[in-house]
Design a protein around this ligand. Structure first.
Ligand code: PMP
Length: 349
């Protein structure tokens, strides 16, 4: 598959903006200020950031066991989703419910969307996907695995079947992969040229930095790089992300704590009358409130009541009414926060 040909003709014809980094003793080329800020001494913020984020991409490449040429950096993975749609165009297909930005950004960029409901086990409906691939030839397919907001991983056979069948780009968004204990798709980079993997530092302690990565065939990276803004990742974020990646042990210990708390939270929620929690491989749990009326509006009202009750006790969760009627989504917090949540929830039920 010639990945270049999948890009929109206007993108194919583009040349990427080049901000060359030429080593020098006196730098007078970029209309920067010669004066930095003493409070930010460790990072020369008077200079533009490294447009290619070389240090950071090098560290990530080592962590992911790919080449730096397989990696593109984003201001969060949100930005990379935007850039992917800007590069390849629509239709963009994705299961529903899923992460809302696939739909929002497709619409913002005026590209067609194809929404395919998940099956009753929250897994991919491959039959429908195959039909859509054959008839509507989506340029992009977005698969969040583990999926937000359901929390489950899609079965890898189904994802692989979609990657093989698609004549467009298939994006496996692994924002929650660190909590899932599986790393099946990174090793497939190099085997499937149309596979793109998204990763982010947002869920593992660095959401405020806005750092995400795309891993893909260099031909795909090359096309998407043309629509990336030259200085999309600021120097403080590049610096802090690199420092955090060098401190892998702390990062992994936080991930282990979240996973172990997720298991406890799920166990406790299963024992709680009046709710139905769904299994999760992510850092959150989706759960249904069983409304007294056993009807859609009864479930909605019950979810609103618990949501507002929790908030009155100072605990904020996500109300999924409208996306997943009768459901709330709780993010795994610190042990004491999770205990407080469980106590408040039981009082309200
Ligand atoms: N993908 C998924 C599935 C997400 O849930 C989120 C965050 N809610 C993102 C991507 C965006 O992450 P980032 O902070 O890297 O933009």
């Amino acid at each position: 598959m010639d990945m270049r040909r999948l890009a929109k003709p206007n993108i194919r014809a583009l040349k990427a903006y080049r901000a060359e980094e030429i080593p020098c003793r006196i730098k007078l080329d970029a209309n920067e200020s010669p004066y930095g800020f003493s409070a930010l001494r460790s990072v020369p913020v008077n200079r533009y950031p490294d447009p290619e984020a070389k240090t950071l991409r090098g560290l990530v490449a080592r962590e992911f066991r790919v080449r730096p040429g397989n990696i593109l950096h984003g201001n969060g993975s949100d930005e990379l989703i935007y850039n992917l749609i800007a590069t390849f165009g629509g239709p963009a297909a994705y299961p529903v419910p899923t992460f809302s930005m696939y739909g929002i950004l497709s619409q913002a960029l005026n590209e067609a969307k194809i929404e395919i409901p998940l099956d009753e086990r929250f897994d991919l409906d491959t039959e429908r996907f195959m039909e859509v691939i054959k008839k509507q030839k989506p340029k992009l397919i977005f698969l969040s695995s583990p999926n937000n907001p359901t929390g489950n991983r899609f079965s890898s056979d189904r994802i692989r079947e979609i990657i093989r069948a698609s004549k467009g780009v298939v994006v496996v968004d692994e924002a929650y992969q660190p909590f899932s204990g599986r790393n099946e798709f990174l090793p497939l980079i190099g085997k499937h040229r149309n596979l793109v993997i998204l990763r982010t530092l947002s869920k593992i302690g660095l959401a405020g930095l806005r750092v995400g990565f795309m891993v893909a065939d260099p031909a795909v990276i090359n096309e998407v790089n043309k629509v990336r803004l030259p200085f999309n990742l600021n120097s403080l974020s590049q610096h802090a992300a690199a420092e955090a990646l060098k401190n892998r042990e702390q990062m992994h210990s936080h991930i282990r704590s979240v996973v172990s708390e997720r298991k406890r939270l799920l166990r406790e929620m299963k024992k709680t009358e009046g709710i139905e929690p769904y299994p999760s491989q992510a850092n959150f749990i989706l759960f249904k409130i069983r409304g007294a009326a056993k009807s859609v509006s009864g479930n909605r009202k019950a979810a609103d009541r618990i949501y507002e009750g929790l908030l009155r006790k100072g605990i904020l969760v996500r109300n999924m009414n409208g996306i997943f009627d009768g459901c709330l989504r709780v993010t795994v917090g610190r042990p004491a926060e999770n205990t407080a949540f469980l106590k408040a929830l039981r009082q309200l039920l």
